[in-house]
Design a protein around this ligand. Structure first.
Ligand code: NDP
Length: 451
């Protein structure tokens, strides 16, 4: 057996119940066979075996008290996966589905994604199985404080710099940062996604969604295409989805779908800038459900349905798909239906939203397929820019940060294409992203010796 197959088998044996982690490891390592052939020094130094083991994985108790005085206990996690090229960096997710497998899959993906951004950031991820839905502001604040009362021991501006992810937005980052500042008595760039008043960066909220659209635009340009007049399907209605809708619309597309975990809406007229503002207010301020959009704008709402199921069942034709909700939201059946109905470009705003079979369906049909670790890297890249501004004690303008984001997304796209070609898989963005990210991290690990 090759070192790659050996390593996959070992992860499956040791991390038996970590299904999502096994999926991510398999997806990445299977594309790395040619790197092992070309770099026997990586094999000799045990890089493949080492890269699938986190430097450190912490699990902790998070006790907190609700508004009625009842005590709750949640689990907190921080997985510091790899810091070969810079401090650990990656978001915090608050969602009931969070467990060690999900956090390890996200941390593992983050290692390669961060390497692609051109910035010096290692990979990590964290979170809790806490469900922010239906909680009061005070409950959210108390939970964030309880979470930080343990997390603070493990993080630091030169050690590990968390950010937001599902369920962790501006409000939560504010509470987390406020508590860190209080107990450490220091004002440093230990979290990104901060508010502008206390060290945040312009464009950070927009960055993942905008970056996904910039990446898709680069992919489209390789075939002489663009967003103008294209019909676009977006899933999710959170941070990434909102700004993917906004940017795709600015580029002339007609975005016809969004969803949350309880319903999907289809608006054939398109989600105009005004309607997009409604979604932002609904989700970020009023914390309401997406079915309110259908009531306000008189369009179809499919309760309990996922966007990709609706598109398949209703035979809806879309040109471009931007999955921006969560992992494994888009299965093979729905991928086949998208392709059959003429979809020619998929760019993943979410992490690992397409199941392995769905990825295969996209790749076999030869449509443009941009995996999350490349397409959604704009978020963490702009977090890197926030860290730079914090270190410099400066703030760049909106135009400056957006310009840098665009340059980074173009350079990620170029690196993917170049690396894919170098490894004999021209135009394959999965091979390109995995090999380019991996080789950079592997070279750094090699330089350190066995540590
Ligand atoms: P948010 O919490 O802001 O939004 C998540 C959205 O997805 C919500 O609309 C949520 O609905 C919906 N959703 C979650 N689970 C499901 C489900 N099972 N079915 C349908 N809809 C669902 O998170 P983000 O927008 O920040 O993150 C979305 C994705 O992008 C994640 O995969 C994340 O890891 C990835 N990502 C995020 C980055 C960032 O900068 N924020 C950076 C890179 C990647 P509901 O409100 O009902 O829960």
């Amino acid at each position: 057996m090759s070192v790659i197959q050996d390593t996959i088998a070992r992860v499956r044996q040791l991390d038996v119940e970590q299904i999502e982690f096994q999926q991510a490891v398999t997806e990445v390592l299977e594309t790395l066979e040619p790197t092992a052939e070309r770099h026997p020094e990586f094999v000799k130094a045990g890089i493949y075996e080492r890269i699938v083991e986190p430097e450190r994985a912490v699990q902790f108790r998070v006790p907190w008290v609700d508004d009625k005085g009842r005590v709750h206990v949640n689990r907190g996690f921080r997985v510091q996966f790899n810091n070969a090229i810079g401090p650990f960096k990656g978001g915090l997710r608050f969602h009931p589905s969070v467990n060690m497998s999900i956090i390890k899959f996200l941390g593992f993906e983050q290692v390669f994604k961060n390497a692609l951004t051109t910035l010096p950031m290692g990979g990590g991820k964290g979170g809790s199985d806490f469900d922010p839905k239906g909680k009061s502001d005070h409950e959210i604040m108390r939970f964030c404080q309880a979470f930080m009362s343990e997390l603070y021991r493990h993080i630091g501006p030169e050690t590990d710099v968390p950010a937001g992810d599902i369920g962790v937005g501006a409000r939560e980052i504010g509470y987390l940062y406020g508590y860190y500042k209080k107990i450490r008595n220091e004002h440093t760039g230990v979290l990104t996604g901060k508010g502008l008043e206390y060290g945040g960066s312009l464009i950070r909220p927009e960055a993942t969604g905008y970056g996904t659209v910039y990446f898709a635009a680069e992919m489209l340009a390789t075939r002489g295409l663009d967003f103008k007049d294209k019909v676009v399907a977006v899933s999710g209605s959170g941070n990434v989805a909102q700004f993917a809708v906004e940017k795709a619309t600015q580029m002339g597309a007609r975005v016809i779908t969004v969803c949350d975990s309880s319903a999907s809406i289809v608006d054939e007229k398109g989600i105009s800038p005004e309607k997009c503002c409604f979604i932002m207010d609904l989700k970020n301020n009023r914390r309401g459900r997406i079915k309110e959009y259908a009531q306000k704008y008189d369009c179809v709402c499919y309760e309990g349905e996922n966007v990709w199921d609706v598109i398949r069942q209703q035979g809806i034709k879309v040109d471009i798909a931007l999955p921006c909700a969560t992992q494994n939201e888009l299965n093979a059946e729905n991928a086949a239906a998208l392709v059959r109905n003429g979809c020619f470009c998929v760019a993943e705003g979410a992490n690992m939203p397409s199941t392995p079979d769905a990825v295969r369906a996209f790749q076999e049909s030869n449509i443009l397929y941009g995996p999350g670790k490349a397409a959604n890297a704009g978020g963490v890249a702009t977090s890197g820019l926030e860290m730079s501004q914090n270190s410099l004690k400066m703030s760049w303008t909106r135009e400056e940060v957006d310009k840098r984001l665009l340059i980074i997304m173009k350079s990620i796209h170029k690196a993917c294409l170049e690396s894919a070609e170098a490894y004999g898989k021209k135009g394959d963005y999965v091979v390109g992203a995995n090999t380019a990210g991996f080789v950079k991290v592997a070279r750094a690990m090699l330089a350190y010796g066995i540590v």
